[in-house]
Design a protein around this ligand. Structure first.
Ligand code: FAD
Length: 503
């Protein structure tokens, strides 16, 4: 017997003697879970209901993953999302492991009078859409897998995956699909809402690179959708958010790309904000698609000074980078300039938050069709840093390939914007929040008249009116309603930029 084989079989035999077999191990594991009792819960439309212990036990029996109740180990970790402002307590959490579990969880919610249902992938929803009080959280974090086919240039990504997983696997073959800018954001939420990122001006939004999806719809069916199969569902999922069901699998088109990009930031003192913004307004609309150029006014908490900063990612030929970036250097010596050749996957992680739950956040956002001087003036005049918070106003550049897709080709309708403007405040979790939220609302009141529509992934539920969603989807709204009515007639999936069915 070979030495390695001997070692392996001895280890397996020893393990068999000391541990219960897989089945009884699972039993022990389950015994550690809180025994189900009847639970008070709430339906999507706010009706108080009771979930019977039998129904909960049946759900446990149907899942390969776990069902967590409030006293179970792991419940507190699982219920949390990125923004600690939303500290909610679902009645139960289904930690699904695949499409069969997702179907069981959806059946459970539907059969229990339309139990309030939240779907959590990366948990990045600024407005807390992936959690709820006294409802069901479907936790997709047990569904994280990426399979790349380098020959067909396709990636099949399971519905709970994070962006970094896709970048890592695809770049191993010199391939990419355009996703967002923070690697621990969920594919599920980012992609169904649209998906802006460092390569979107070159390759389009994440949804523009989707080839097919598998979706568990409200009736518990697993449906494939592509341009040829269930095309209405495929259309709606591309920009309609989580309205139509839970996507268990995304298939993306991949593009060849060099591993190194020219990226970093160029920072000037906040006193030069007006010049920095004006230069941006002149240059950004004419910049090549390979350049993603963002600009921000920001003030970190504490003593650190405020800054006006360009964020750069150039993915075109390195030989052209200097000429492309030259206009940004017209302003003379900056405070800091770390733009240089960098590994794309590392750049994609450069904005990751090291202690994600330490900072509570509030955000206002809207698309800007043009960048007039009056908007820049309002941005500068109203910007107030404060040592007790993080303060930022930023333009995330749009246009390029994003604007070359028709407004009605996908459900995402905001194709002609120059940028997505976001006003963000963040403060240490647990400290006084009202003054920061009040500040950004007041600042935003002067900026909002320059916006047209908003990115549904940056939803602000505190001031959202139903008509905002209608207006935002514009000419696509009626088709969204028809699709919603067909696939989710009772509005089971309502924690999102909700499209109301007409049943
Ligand atoms: P979650 O909070 O888990 O879910 C958000 C919503 O998506 C919920 O309504 C949920 O029901 C739905 N959902 C989640 N998974 C699925 C699924 N598999 N099927 C159906 N519905 C699902 N956006 C960009 O476009 N580009 C960026 O660069 C970018 N950067 C960001 C950086 C940070 C730090 C944060 C907090 C947000 C950022 N966003 C960005 C916004 C981001 O796209 C949204 O917050 C998005 O909803 C996050 O997806 P998630 O899966 O992490 O969120």
């Amino acid at each position: 017997m070979q030495r390695r084989t001997f070692f392996r079989s001895t280890a397996v035999a020893a393990a068999a003697l000391s541990f219960p077999d897989r089945h009884s191990f699972a039993e022990l594991y389950r015994a550690a879970d809180q025994q189900p009792q009847d639970l008070a819960a709430v339906t999507g439309d706010g009706k108080q209901i009771t979930l019977s212990s039998k129904a909960i036990a049946d759900l446990r029996a149907r899942l390969r993953g776990r069902v967590l109740l409030s006293a179970d180990p792991g419940y507190d970790d699982a219920r949390r999302i990125l923004n600690p402002s939303f500290d909610k307590r679902p009645a139960l959490i289904a930690q699904v492991t695949g499409a069969a579990d997702v179907r069981a969880a959806v059946d459970f919610a539907r059969e229990n009078q339309g139990l309030l249902t939240a779907v959590k992938c990366g948990g990045h929803s600024f407005s807390g859409q992936s959690t709820c009080d006294r409802g069901l959280m479907v936790d997709l974090s047990g569904m994280r897998n990426v399979r790349v086919d380098p020959v067909a240039r396709r990636a099949v990504v399971t519905g709970g995956s994070l962006l970094g997983h896709v970048d890592h696997e695809a770049m191993a073959y010199g391939l990419v699909t355009p996703l967002g800018t923070v690697s621990h954001t969920g594919v599920g939420g980012l992609v169904t809402g649209g998906g802006f990122g460092r390569l979107a001006r070159r390759f389009g939004l994440a949804i523009d690179n989707l080839v097919a999806v598998d979706v568990v719809t409200a009736d518990g069916q697993l449906r494939h959708a592509s341009k040829d199969v269930n095309p209405d569902l495929f259309w709606g999922v591309r920009g309609g958010g989580g309205n139509f069901g839970i996507v268990t699998s995304f298939e993306f088109r991949l593009h060849p790309m060099q591993r190194q990009v020219i990226a970093g930031s160029i920072r000037y003192p906040i006193a030069r904000a007006q010049e920095v913004l004006s230069l941006y307004a002149d240059y950004a609309p004419t910049a090549p698609d390979e350049l993603q150029l963002d600009v921000a006014l920001l003030k970190p908490p504490g003593d650190a000074p405020g800054m006006a900063s360009f964020g750069v990612c150039y993915s075109g030929p390195a030989s052209r980078a200097e000429a492309v970036l030259a206009p940004l250097r017209k302003l003379g010596t900056p405070l800091a300039d770390d733009v240089g050749a960098k590994d794309y996957v590392a750049v994609q992680k450069s904005g990751d938050i090291s202690d994600p739950r330490a900072m509570a956040m509030y955000l206002k956002s809207g698309f800007v069709p043009q960048i007039p001087a009056a908007l820049l003036k309002a941005m500068v005049d109203g910007f107030r840093g404060d040592p007790t918070r993080y303060t930022q106003i930023v333009f995330v550049q749009s246009a390029g390939a994003i604007s070359r897709v028709g407004t009605e080709t996908t459900a995402f309708s905001q194709r002609s914007a120059q940028a997505n403007m976001l006003g963000i405040v963040g403060w240490p979790n647990g400290s006084e929040s009202a003054q920061h939220v009040a500040y950004i609302k007041q600042y935003w009141a002067a900026l909002e008249p320059f916006t047209h529509g908003f990115y549904t992934n940056d939803l602000d539920m505190t001031s959202l009116k139903a008509s905002d969603v209608t207006d935002n989807f514009g000419r696509n709204y009626d088709r969204l309603v028809a699709t919603k009515t067909k696939y989710d007639p009772r509005n089971l999936f309502r924690l999102n930029a909700n499209v109301k069915p007409t049943v």
